[in-house]
Design a protein around this ligand. Sequence first.
Ligand code: AMP
Ligand code: ZN
Length: 689
Amino acid sequence: MQPADRIQFLRQEIRRHEDRYYQQADPEISDGEFDALMAELRALEAASPGLVTADSPTQRVGGRLADGFPSVQHAEPMLSLDNAYSETDLRAFDERVRKGLGLGEGDPPVRYVAELKVDGLSIALRYERGSLVRAATRGDGDTGEDVTANVRTIRALPLVVPGARECVMEVRGEVYLPRAAFERINRQRVEAGESLFANPRNAAAGTLRTLDPALVARRGLSAWVYQLVVVATDGGGDLPESHEAQLARLEQWGLPVEPHRRPCAGIDEVVRFCADWQEARRDLDFETDGVVVKVDELAARARLGATSKFPRWATAFKFPAEQRTTRLLAIETEVGRTGAVTPFAVLEPVVIAGSTVSRATLHNADDIARKDIRPEDWVLVEKAGDVIPRVVGPVLSRRPMSAEPWVMPEACPRCQSVLVKEEGEAVWRCENASCPARIRRGLEHFASRGAMNIEGLGEALVDQLVTCGLVRDIADIYALTLPPLAALESQTQKADGTAIVRRFGEKSAVKVVEQIQRSRENEVWRLIFGLGIRHIGERAAQVLAAAFHSLEALAAATPEALEATPDIGPVLAASVHEWFTAPGNRALVARLGAAGVRMEVPEAERQATTAPGPLSGRTYVLTGTLDTMTRDDAEAALARLGAKVTGSVSRKTTAVVAGREAGSKLDKAQALGVPVLDEAALRALLAGA
Ligand code: AMP
Ligand code: ZN
């Protein structure tokens, strides 16, 4: 197969998979496999720059943006929407529309389209002759910022719309961050010790306005479009006359249109739609804060017109805010596994969005000071979907005279060590490695499902074990035996003040001991993750296990060697190195080894357990001499990215990498139509992945 044909094929495949993933929500292949297709296409294009076209999927990640964003004039102003907060407001809107259209009592109901109001950022996409040429934010409504390079990375948005070849159009929509992506980003930020995004909308806004399209691509933004503004057509005449028909057309053209919208005959149906979604919206994978109600018939819209701020033919119904006021009883702090000491609010219990809230996050000391939140204050508490409840701010009009500003304690609430704050960080830390609070959290983390997965060894049991002195560190877990475990007693207070003593018991003890025994055989990455090395999340642990194969090798690795591992940057590398340099930690690892915990990736699994990477599922064959690296280096680099390197060419081979004086493997590749990469293409493949 010629490179040009393979490129053609890959582009088609990638577009097809994007469509399955985003439009049909029914992917055929894993993300890793998808990334591998992209990586191969990128490599082939790098080898033949003449074959690169502007609409190739690789062009989604454009070059770096220049400093700041140029401004863009919108084809038509991007107006805001009038709001409705109740059924009464919705009916009043309907009355205004009917009056505006000259409809009386006996006339039929107005046809509306009710759409979920996506909580993200509005965006205007300009397609010329079917190609995405520009994307802009709303800005002040007349001029926005040109964020084309970033928007090109959003896989849900097609770069080419063949159906729209005849016109120049502006499509408006909302860019958002799916909940799952939001949670993943915040988890990564916790691991990296960074501050959290308050909600998906902020995260999406922050992401779209970063100057690094590659970062934007990794964040996983998505989009829904909800409006077509036609600028010019060649053919003319053929565009739909109603909003719903336009949306259907956009959908047919491959643009993402939110599928839960509903055409409604009259305002009663709109009211029902709003009521239906009030609860149901929690199951969506994106946040919605209301319903946008639009007059369906375009001619009617034209007659209604707009005020200077918003169209008269639409309104945004806002779901009732899930905020309550309650009393802030106290501000307390808790110590995390890495020593971060974070404040939280103890609240007079209040029901928000269907659950009782008695604790809420307060982020950090700076945030409390900035918002001037004081113990004894009445505070506004918010709960958005699955997000942890948070204190929005104080209700100043209800502040008691006695309320004093809160000050961050100077010492750890558990071990009294002086707290330390690093430059540029918002977080105060207890740096005492043997702080009991940190140890407890460290043990919980070690046993947690994502790490060593020791069922039964949860918060309560860890607490008991530490309190009675049976366990002081993670290695002690493996010294636990049945009798003392079964004899553990816990006390709970009954309502009348009497205490009930409960023994842990034989049965529970046997289970836990079995679980501990089983965990000795765990994959090595679970152990690496479980050690609780700062910044090392699950994925980094997998990468490290695949690259170093044993704790011994990992402990001996230099920061340079660590940094040469994909996905391991200088901060992570330094953190791993530092952790293994501490004598206490080395002793800990030695004790775990002596207790029979698996410390090495078994020989047989080393190939198969290459960490999942951008090239997972791909197989390469190397032949000939490379100029800038040895074959071993090339093989190792491919393996680190998840690829398999084998010795013989077959139809299943993804590509053959041919250096100088390539031999029969090259002939075989050509005979079988297996793509051939030269050294430059290999380098591009490695760099791109
Ligand atoms: P507001 O910001 O409250 O004035 O609401 C107007 C904004 O809602 C628009 O600028 C859009 O960004 C956004 N929006 C979200 N979903 C939709 C939708 N389906 N139709 C129209 N606007 C929407
Ligand atoms: Zn402490």
